[in-house]
Design a protein. Sequence first.
Length: 150
Amino acid sequence: MTPPRAMPMEPPASALATPLPVTSTLVLAVMAPAPLRTAATLFGNELARACNGRFQLEPWLEEDDSAVPRVFGTSHHLGTTRMADDPGQGVVDRECKVHGIDNLYVAGSSVFPTGGWAFPTFTIVALSLRLAEHLRSRLELVSLVAPFVV
């Protein structure tokens, strides 16, 4: 496994000059295609504008109102700020603190070292609650020590 690489803070100018395709699929099972088409268009155009990209509506949304959504599953972004005890193997430690930075934490599915078969939502919530408890305990410790610091 290769260690994570530090990403530049700003993309190179060449990356900003080239519009990137923006793909958006909104899954709203109870909506008719017309409102779904409107929502996808509004969201896609705004995302493209914000990212200096371009938006192209999925072909099934361009069809008439009787079109059936061609959505075959979901995906979740996992592992981009991987959790590991060793900074060479991951970005955050077991408390979700970024290695080498004292007051920066990441909570979300990006800290998962691998993905599983189940949706990650409950695990993300549990991880977020665990991190909140950890941060609260740190704040309580600081408030206990602060009166004695001169």
